[in-house]
Design a protein around this ligand. Structure first.
Ligand code: SF4
Ligand code: SF4
Length: 426
């Protein structure tokens, strides 16, 4: 569907009453303090673009790209406007007039091909391990990297030697009586950067009565593409994933990644594939998508056996935007943490304020991303916790970078890693 015909672009804009509620909660506006960076300003810009009162331009693209896609504005808009979707659609429309070959190579060629993506990440790991990354940094070579990459390459450190794909088989039988057959949607970042989360997720699922199948050819959920003006590619990825998972008879499709579950849920599928021949198949697929935390609490209601020897541990929790704002999931991960023997959950101030990671944002807008991260780190450190739990690989990467910057002796984990450990500690 064309940009101007999209229901969100065609119908939602007129509902904006310019109240400014979105502006008061936007983490980017809090830093920039300029109406062009405010969600309300974005709505106005998209309206002007739609009505041909302004032309597509690189400047307009750059202004819209200041947005993190954190959905705080959309979750708080009294008129129900999905500001982030207007923004994503407008970026993709403008990108067609101002394409960029490096971006095309990254998002269309590499990020749509899991094998190539894995090779690229492993080459980066090789550079880290052989000291090439340090050398390139020392002689100033990294400053020739595109955009903010020269600064942001410091975020992607400690790449694991083996991906989750290498560590996991394609299918597992439940331990004990089977309750459900679930598909596990393995996101790119979990697979390549946090394989221990995938291993823990599968372990906990099979211990709790699930047969688990990990389809070998699932691709990226498409969220990075949507945030980078690549809506067409996001649609192609969605169609591929819908076909792949609909080939199985799953009761649920589970993912531990907040970004993946939000990108694959019914609202997002409607945005991407509504009005196309794939709409019904997409809704069948999306209707089965469920965040792992919710599944463990609301469907399986897992119980962890008491362990008197469990060491006491203080943990704070960071709400990923794509879980809290996009899906309204705040209680389930907290409830999971509270069920772990020995865990004391300490709330940080503004737990659901964005950490500034937001997928590729810390790469494209490093300095601004760090400003936003500083608030998060201050609030997290204030709790005195020794671990930050969160459920999104992008947040995990960003928070780990924050911990290094602060020289803080703490660790970032997914709740399911702690659940898995608590079974093994018995
Ligand atoms: S909160 Fe909603 S209605 Fe109010 S200015 Fe923002 S987009 Fe418009
Ligand atoms: S999605 Fe987040 S960063 Fe973007 S305009 Fe809305 S509140 Fe601001």
């Amino acid at each position: 569907m064309q940009f101007k015909e999209l229901p969100s672009v065609k119908e939602q804009i007129m509902k904006c009453v310019r109240c400014g509620k979105c502006r008061s909660v936007c983490p980017v506006f809090a830093e920039i303090r300029n109406e062009t960076a405010a969600p309300r300003g974005h709505v106005f810009m998209v309206e002007m673009l739609r009505d041909s009162k302004v032309e597509a331009s690189q400047l307009l693209y750059d202004r819209l790209s200041n947005c993190l896609m954190c959905e705080t504005c959309s979750a708080n808009c009294p008129s129900g406007i999905e500001v982030h979707k207007l923004n994503a659609a407008a970026r993709s429309y403008i990108y067609k007039y101002y394409p960029n070959s490096t971006k095309d190579m990254i998002f269309d060629t590499m990020w749509t091909n899991p094998g190539l993506m894995q090779k690229t990440i492993m080459m980066m790991r090789g550079a880290q391990k052989t000291g090439m990354q340090f050398l390139a940094r020392s002689i100033g070579f990294t400053k020739y990297l595109p955009g903010d990459m020269s600064k942001a390459e410091r975020i992607l450190t400690d790449i694991p030697s083996r991906s989750a794909r290498h560590l996991l088989a394609e299918g597992y039988r439940s331990i004990g009586e089977r309750k459900y057959t679930v598909g596990y949607f393995l996101g790119c970042a979990t697979n390549l950067l946090n394989p221990q989360v995938a291993v823990a997720a599968v372990d906990v699922l099979i211990r709790n009565g699930c047969d688990v199948i990990i389809p070998s050819d699932n691709k990226c959920c498409g969220l990075p593409h949507l945030a980078n003006g690549k809506m067409d590619t996001a649609q192609e990825l969605a169609i591929h994933n819908v076909k792949t998972f609909n080939n199985y008879q799953f009761d649920y499709i589970i993912t531990d990644c907040a970004s993946c579950s939000s990108a694959l849920d019914p609202k997002s599928m409607q945005f991407l594939l509504g009005g196309t021949k794939d709409e019904d198949d997409a809704q069948k697929f999306a209707g089965k998508i469920m965040d792992l935390n919710r599944f463990l609490i609301e469907i399986l209601d897992i119980k962890l056996p008491a362990n008197e020897n469990a060491s006491p541990i203080k943990i704070t929790y960071h709400d990923p935007c794509h879980l809290a704002n996009a899906q309204g999931i705040k209680a389930a991960p907290r409830e999971l943490l509270k069920r772990i023997p020995g865990v004391e959950l300490v709330e940080m101030k503004d737990a659901n304020r964005c950490c500034g990671g937001s997928g590729t944002y810390s790469v494209t807008h490093y300095d601004l991303s760090m400003q936003i991260l500083d608030h998060k780190m201050h609030n997290a450190m204030e709790t005195g916790a020794s671990k930050i739990a969160t459920c999104c690989p992008s947040c995990m990467m960003q928070l780990r970078h924050g911990i290094k910057r602060e020289n803080w002796n703490a660790e970032v984990v997914h709740p399911v890693e702690l659940i898995c450990e608590s079974y093994k500690g018995l």
